[in-house]
Design a protein around this ligand. Structure first.
Ligand SMILES: Cc1ncc(COP(=O)(O)O)c(C=O)c1O
Length: 497
């Protein structure tokens, strides 16, 4: 085997494969050691100055070599994450990844396939994965689908498919604007005021405008008020607008609430509208032995978006959008480039099935980590993990209810707990300020991480459980820590501001 290239023929392959092999083994060993010890490492700490300075370098013109580059990563980059790998991380909705998923991503990168299509294994793997996911979510097994970077992108695709399917005119060719002769109705869609922020971004990017996104009030349990939605649809029709889509949440980001998805599916059918469901994390309750009923009706959606990198614990980035009818999925994304010619032989005979179902033409082999993870762990394990997190949320709620200085800020429906510390005696500092301070202290402790949300215009602490590393005793410790911090903060002498 001729390893060394001639000097006038530069390449990016290692100049010494054996030395690189040793370095690569070291990288894997270090990565596994660090993951294994994640519980003992601080959850979060700010980037020290030397690390920030080492990263903030001028554009390198001369290389320092693989070993030196790795050393900089090891010292200055790897230790300073926001902590979502840690078992005590309960902030926002961030997944913690798995060692197998990380290795699968590495293997995918060594294959480095163009996973938009072609007759190659990655396309077969993605097709199988989409069929599995469709089955898991109660969709027809031949539903269309694609893996994308995250929930925002998956939801965006669902809304784009809805818009183009139900606009009543040819958006691909004419856009929303039409010309001087076309008096176009205003396209409008409906979701609760609890819908995640992707919807506003998408309304803008799809040319609909944020006022086309009708924010419908939600009830005390965070569920969209179907009567108010129905009334708004009627008003819009009377005003000459064109409703095209209603959306539901399977797990709202703020409190983990579930819309009445069966009710929404009935409403969509009666009104002739598209139903899109955002199940970014909550769609996974479908696997639960105790809480699957929350997602009832989700399987009736025209499109469903959900992440695999949140409650599915796979490493960033990977999410899925399912679209019930293939022609609807293809309509906004099908490729009509003159430079792409169909082939009846060779690798391109298989076409570009995935480039034609998402925005990206070139895409990575995200399906490998899903395929290997499902094969290695089995769905049964994922179901147990979902139930474990739901039980942890229930445990946290129980501790909050039981403590005289803690109160729940909303009903605990699934895996999100919103709560407050309430001192026995108010001492001038507002409850919002006190709880915000507790949140920062928890975050800065390096032991746990919780975030916050706003419920009825008041701040609530928020713990979201999607972490397969968390143990029940972590929950007990977190509750005790919040009380300890709250007691300390509320009895501390007030500092002049
Ligand atoms: C309910 C919901 N929808 C959508 C998203 C966006 O997903 P992603 O962060 O994967 O883009 C999130 C993120 O937390 C979410 O909680």
């Amino acid at each position: 085997m001729r390893d060394a290239p001639p000097p006038d023929n530069p390449t990016l392959d290692p100049s010494d494969w054996e030395a690189f092999r040793a370095l690569a083994h070291q990288m894997v060993d270090d990565a596994l050691d660090r993951t294994r010890a994640v519980r003992e490492r601080p959850l979060w700490r700010p980037l020290p100055n030397d690390a920030a300075a080492a990263i903030d370098e001028p554009l390198p013109t001369t290389g320092i070599g693989e070993g030196a580059a790795y050393e900089q990563f090891r010292r200055f980059v790897e230790p300073y994450t926001n902590g979502n790998r840690h078992p005590g991380f309960f902030g926002w909705v961030q997944g913690c990844g798995t060692p197998l998923g990380a290795m699968a991503d590495m293997l995918a990168a060594t294959m480095n396939p163009f996973a938009g299509g072609f007759d190659q294994s990655c396309v077969h793997v993605e097709r199988r994965v989409i069929a599995w996911l469709a089955e898991m979510m109660g969709f027809p097994r031949d539903a269309s689908g694609v893996l994308v970077s995250g929930g925002s992108m998956a939801n965006f695709i669902g809304l784009a498919a809805a818009r183009d399917a139900r606009a009543g005119f040819d958006i691909w060719n004419e856009g929303l604007q039409g010309d001087a002769r076309s008096a176009r109705p205003r396209l409008v869609f409906y979701a609760s005021d609890q819908m995640h922020g992707w919807a506003g971004k998408s309304a803008n990017l799809l040319g609909l405008g944020n006022s086309a996104y009708r924010r419908i009030p939600s009830d005390a349990l965070g569920r969209v008020e179907l009567g108010a939605m129905r009334a708004h649809i009627a008003e819009d029709r009377a005003a000459g607008h064109r409703p095209f889509c209603v959306m539901g949440s399977a797990g709202t980001v703020s409190t983990g609430a579930f819309d009445d998805l069966d009710g929404l599916a009935d409403l969509a059918a009666e009104e002739g509208l598209w139903l899109h469901v955002d199940g970014a994390f909550g769609a996974w309750v479908k696997l639960s032995r105790t809480h699957a009923h929350l997602a009832r009706g989700m399987e009736r959606a025209d499109s469903l978006a959900f992440d695999l990198h949140k409650w599915g614990c796979m490493p960033y980035e990977v999410a899925c959008v399912l679209v019930r009818r293939d022609e609807d999925h293809l309509r906004p994304f099908g490729i009509k480039g003159h430079y792409i010619q169909a082939a009846d032989r060779g690798p391109f005979a298989a076409g570009l099935p995935y480039s034609e179902r998402a925005i990206e033409l070139t895409r990575s082999f995200k399906a490998l980590k899903v395929w290997m993870s499902f094969k290695a762990h089995g769905l049964e394990t994922y179901a147990r993990l979902v139930d474990q997190n739901i039980a942890q949320a229930a445990r946290m709620a129980e501790l909050v209810r039981a403590h005289p200085r803690l109160e729940l800020a909303s009903e605990v429906v699934s895996n999100v707990v919103c709560f407050r510390y309430v001192p026995e005696e108010a001492r001038g500092v507002s409850l919002d300020a006190l709880n915000r301070e507790i949140m920062f202290r928890v975050q800065e402790s390096g032991r746990f991480l919780i975030s916050s949300t706003t419920i009825d215009d008041r701040l609530a602490l928020r713990a979201c459980f999607v972490n397969h590393r968390t143990r029940t005793d972590d929950i007990d410790e977190l509750a005790a820590f919040v009380v300890e911090l709250g007691d300390r903060e509320s009895s501390a002498p007030e500092e002049p501001r």
